[in-house]
Structure formats: C-alpha cells, structure tokens
Design a protein around this ligand. Structure first.
Ligand SMILES: [Zn+2]
Length: 227
C-alpha cells in the first residue's frame, strides 16, 4: 500500500492527465490524494456572479464524483486564482505544494509537464518540483509528469515537447476514466477537439500502442530514487 499524491492546477486535469492510473493505484490498494490549486472556472471571461457560484458548485460536485469513481481517498481544492497562478508569488505556490507533500507523505507524485500551453499548469509543475526536491529522507521516490489534452500538445515550442518514457497499462481502468470524465461533461468538447471523449479514448489507444498494450497513460519521469 503506497501513498500517492496528484497535484493539478484544475480539478479536471487529474482525470484527463492520469485518471486511469489513479483508478489502477486505488484498485491495488494505494491511497491516492488529489489536490487542485484553482477551481478551473474563472477563466470563462467573467460570467455574472450568480452563474459563477453555480459553476463553482457544479465543478465541486464533478470533482468529488470523479474522485469517487476513480477510488481516490480525497480531493481537495485550494483557492488560488484560476488562470492567474502566474500572479501568485512562486513561494506561495511552492509552500502549498510542500504542505500537501508534508500532509500526505507520498511515495509517488504526479503533476503537470513543464511543456504546456496553460500557464497555470506550468506554475503547478514548478511548485511541485520545488516541493519534491530530494532533500535527505524525502518521502517522494517517484515524480511523474502527465499530459493534458488541449494543453500539453498545444505548446508549440521546440524543446518543450512531451516525450513520454513511462507508460502505465490502463486497459482495465480506462473505462473508469471515461466515466469520471462524464462527471466533467461541461469541460468536454465535440470531436475533433482534443478534449473530446473520442480524442481522450484515441490517445489512450495510441499511448497503449506505443507500449504494446491496449490502453495506456503516458508520463515523463521527472525523478526516480531507488533505495
Ligand atoms: Zn487545467
């Protein structure tokens, strides 16, 4: 039984990035905690206050439902400003990530890849790397970065491409990921948008093909400490 921590910018990122892997951990008896830095709704060009409150409640419900479907032990939401994490001092973000690591003592940590178009994702990546630096007696032995459809592959910059070197066979749990994504239907788009049910399913098939299995989630290994 291992402690696993998933640190994301927005609630749906956990499902999109590593939902089936979360479900696989949970099925194996691991304790998975998910923490999101921002609520993921403020980016919508300033809806009226009432609508925003409704959206916030809907997202909170979706995040809780998705965490339950995947078998995560907890989902927690911080209140950093959505789509504006780059206005928050880096130290504050790093401290929040450090607090999460201190609280959950994870052996494995999943977070965003640095090559991502979404600035919130990049800031969370940085904060988690600070929180997971290998100080003596650190609990974190494996640090992995995931891809988020319609964010990671849209980073059009040489040298920042997501080049996975870690594959998790999720043949048995991909359906749970798709089910959890249904909770976030409001965030999904029609195909061929990368954040469509079809594209997410295709990606799992393609990452699986790259690893010789039917369905996979792909990661870049940040650090692995073998004792
Ligand atoms: Zn996001």
């Amino acid at each position: 039984m291992r402690n696993v921590l998933v640190v994301v910018a927005h609630p749906d990122d956990a499902v999109l990035g590593c939902g089936a892997t979360i479900a696989k951990h949970a099925a194996a008896g691991d304790i998975v905690h998910i923490i999101a830095f921002a609520d993921g709704i403020m980016g919508r060009s300033g809806p009226p206050k009432e609508r925003r409150a409704e959206e916030f409640a809907a997202h909170a419900r979706a995040a809780k439902a998705a965490a339950e479907i995947l078998g995560a032990a907890s989902f927690s939401q911080l209140d950093f400003p959505d789509t504006a994490l780059d206005t928050v001092p880096r130290l504050d973000l790093a401290r929040a990530a450090e607090n999460a690591v201190a609280l959950r003592t994870p052996e494995i940590v999943y977070t965003h890849h640095f090559g991502d178009l979404n600035a919130d994702h990049v800031r969370v990546h940085d904060a988690v790397c600070v929180a997971c630096r290998p100080l003596p007696e650190t609990c974190v032995k494996t640090l992995l970065f995931f891809e988020v459809p319609s964010s990671t592959e849209w980073r059009a910059q040489a040298g920042a491409a997501f080049e996975p070197n870690w594959f998790v066979d999720v043949t048995r749990t991909i359906e749970l990921k798709m089910l959890a994504l249904k909770a976030f239907e409001m965030e999904m788009r029609p195909f061929p948008h990368p954040r469509s049910f079809e594209a997410v399913s295709h990606l799992a098939g393609w990452r699986g093909a790259a690893a010789g299995v039917s369905a996979a989630e792909a990661f870049v290994l940040g650090r692995r400490i073998e004792l």
